[in-house]
Design a protein around this ligand. Structure first.
Ligand code: CP
Length: 297
């Protein structure tokens, strides 16, 4: 039997994306319990820090009546020098029903699927992808705009952002107009054009006339080469979002965590009425319930 997986947006058809999003929105509206008759064992292996993704996957599993087993780097034998492959073999020997993984290395979720016959969800792999973040963003877009095609700007550290890569794939697949706003040091244009050659590029926040949504991204300090402190200074000076950039009143998204006053100023983060940032976090739980249902079918 071929197991279902979500290691990338490429694993999902437009129809899969719609049905997962519809199920998430149904979970959000439902007051009835969603507990399954037969509970499953879901391993959450988080080898990079996380608040939103790890808690929402655990909560999603529990809301569905499943067992959620959390493993992180510091508390695992990886911190005693066990290799990644040996750790994987060890965990798989305990026969989890599904594995959720976040790892600093690109493509490790896909490599696990190749080696082990088990349902896997990518909870963020290096600079590659974060498909469930993109899907929860999409659920919120669908909740607000229904089936309208929208114009969305994605701004910031595109180069190191797995959220940007998954979102550009998903938004292109679902027919939305994607604008990318980034300085050259945070952008690999060819890589983005390979995903979708219709993406429109902008060098600053003032050049876009009217967006329905502006999605700011976290500057991935941990992935920027050491000694590049001037990148942060330049980015903060030229791209930090202030009220003057929001005169057209787009909705504001950010996957979190926010570097305050680097991507978004305090004045905007604390007062902007069209911020969706905490609604993204809330939607994460329902979307991850829908993803678990999808892979555990
Ligand atoms: N958006 C996101 O992945 O947040 P965490 O790193 O807190 O999980």
């Amino acid at each position: 039997m071929v197991n279902k997986k979500i290691t990338s947006i490429d694993d999902l058809s437009a129809k899969d994306i719609q049905s997962i999003a519809d199920l998430a929105l149904k979970f959000k509206k439902s007051t009835k319990s969603s507990i399954q008759k037969k509970s499953k064992n879901i391993f959450n292996l988080f080898l990079e820090p996380s608040t939103r993704t790890t808690v929402s996957f655990e909560l999603a599993a529990k809301k569905l009546g499943h067992n959620s087993i959390n493993i992180n780097f510091e508390k695992s034998s990886l911190s005693k020098g066990e290799t990644f492959n040996d750790t994987m073999d060890t965990l798989i020997s305990m026969k989890p029903d599904a594995l959720i993984i976040r790892d600093k290395n690109n493509f490790s979720p896909r490599n696990i699927v190749k080696k082990h016959n088990i349902p896997v969800i990518n909870a963020g792999d290096g600079t590659n992808e974060h498909p469930t973040q993109a899907m929860l963003d999409y659920c919120l877009i669908k909740e607000i705009f229904r089936n309208r095609k929208i114009k969305i700007g994605i701004c910031g550290d595109i180069k190191h952002s797995r959220v940007a890569h998954s979102n550009i794939k998903l938004l292109s697949k679902t027919g939305h107009e994607v604008h990318v706003i980034a300085p050259s040091y945070f952008l690999n244009k060819d890589e983005i054009k390979k995903i979708n050659n219709k993406v429109v590029f902008h060098k600053n926040l003032n050049s876009i006339k009217k967006l329905d949504i502006l999605m700011m991204l976290r500057v991935q300090k941990e992935r920027i080469p050491k000694g590049s402190k001037n990148m942060m200074t330049s980015f903060k000076r030229d791209f930090c979002l202030r009220s003057k950039h929001l005169l057209n009143m787009p909705y504001l998204m950010h996957p979190g965590p926010v570097n305050r006053n680097i991507e978004i100023s305090d004045e905007v983060l604390d007062n902007y009425p069209k911020s969706l940032i905490l609604r993204q976090v809330e939607m994460g739980v329902y979307l991850r319930m829908a993803c678990l249902k999808y892979i555990l079918k």
